[in-house]
Design a protein around this ligand. Structure first.
Ligand SMILES: NC(=O)c1ccc[n+]([C@@H]2O[C@H](COP(=O)([O-])OP(=O)(O)OC[C@H]3O[C@@H](n4cnc5c(N)ncnc54)[C@H](OP(=O)(O)O)[C@@H]3O)[C@@H](O)[C@H]2O)c1
Length: 295
């Protein structure tokens, strides 16, 4: 039975937004998806337009009022922010939070970042884009009156498995991972961020006002190399260590983040998550089911 509840998904042509749309379509055909993009004629947007129950909506955080007016009532919002310059993430999220509260959205899902498991609520960290997300979380709690005015779910993913790509970027990532040493790094598949967001929209009362750190595996580089070899039959693609160090040096924020992985690190409770969502992928499953690698 179709309910046609409308869900506005930001970052729809990207990794997390795309995963949310896919998981919503697979879990319940009763949602109508409003896929927000800055360019409705892009290849990614066109691909979304051909999907069932999906309307591509052109706009961004500067053009929200007419979007909410045209498509009211909007039941749920998925909010992802993209870092480009200092302050930009807050500029993307805050107007969306304001407009959502104003228009009576029934569940606002914000995808943030884990900052050490239970510590995340009070730990902005010294990584600028983690701290921006912490400030957005605080703003969301304030404007939603701690979820009493507008229920929310905060998803806090760790490092994406999707960073492991067969190209140069993926090799660079693996070299930086190697620089973390023997300390395990938590990883999550963006497919699973989509699944958790869809679970929240499908069952809002169970996800209301929760903050959930998301990880599906926890491996140091040595363990990662073994999983890759055992699963794919070849070596994990890596580049020289100095390339990883060079990236960290040139992109200061990347260096700060990888140092934090070494000194502090993520703190998602993988066992509890797997109980809640048994489909949660570990690295081997992600390699086989969702990655761009082939055997
Ligand atoms: N990579 C990781 O390991 C990791 C881990 C945890 C958290 N994160 C966080 O994940 C976020 C990125 O999510 P993602 O990987 O899903 O994003 P993504 O794939 O890079 O893209 C998201 C979409 O947002 C739109 N966009 C790009 N720049 C924008 C801007 N300045 N303003 C508004 N829209 C913009 C683009 O769509 P259109 O062009 O169609 O508008 C793009 O397709 C970042 O905040 C990052 O910190 C990443």
């Amino acid at each position: 039975m179709a309910s046609n509840k409308k869900i506005l998904v930001t970052g729809a042509t990207g990794k997390q937004g795309g995963a949310v749309i896919k998981a919503l379509q697979e879990s319940s055909p009763s949602f109508q998806i409003l896929a927000l993009t800055r360019n409705a004629s892009s290849k990614g947007a066109q691909a979304l337009a051909s999907k069932p129950n999906t309307i591509v909506v052109e706009g961004d955080h500067t053009s929200l009022a007419p979007i909410f007016e045209k498509h009211k009532p909007i039941f749920g919002v998925f909010s992802v922010t993209v870092m480009d310059k200092e302050g930009s993430e807050e500029a993307q999220a805050k107007p969306l939070i304001d407009e959502s509260v104003k228009n009576g959205v029934e569940l606002f899902v914000f995808t943030s970042v884990d900052r050490g498991g239970e510590k995340s609520d009070t730990n902005p960290t010294n990584i600028p884009h983690f701290a921006s997300k912490h400030r957005i979380e605080e703003y969301l709690k304030e404007k939603s009156a701690n979820g009493t005015k507008m229920p929310y779910t905060i998803l806090r993913p760790v490092c994406f498995m999707d960073n492991l790509t067969p190209d140069f970027m993926g090799k660079g990532f693996n070299s930086m991972w190697a620089g973390v040493g023997t300390k395990p790094l938590q990883l999550v598949s963006t497919r699973d961020i989509g699944i958790f967001a869809a679970n929240a929209f499908n069952n809002p009362s169970a996800y209301k006002n929760r903050s959930i750190s998301l990880a599906g595996d926890e491996l140091n580089i040595e363990q990662g190399r073994k999983v890759f070899k055992d699963t794919m039959g070849s070596d994990l693609p890596e580049t020289f260590g100095f390339v990883g160090s060079g990236i960290k040096y040139m992109i200061k924020e990347m260096g700060t983040m990888f140092n934090w992985f070494k000194t502090d690190g993520y703190g998602a409770d993988i066992q509890a998550l797997r109980k809640e969502e048994p489909r949660l992928q570990n690295l081997s499953q992600w390699l086989k089911e969702s990655s761009k690698f082939s055997k």
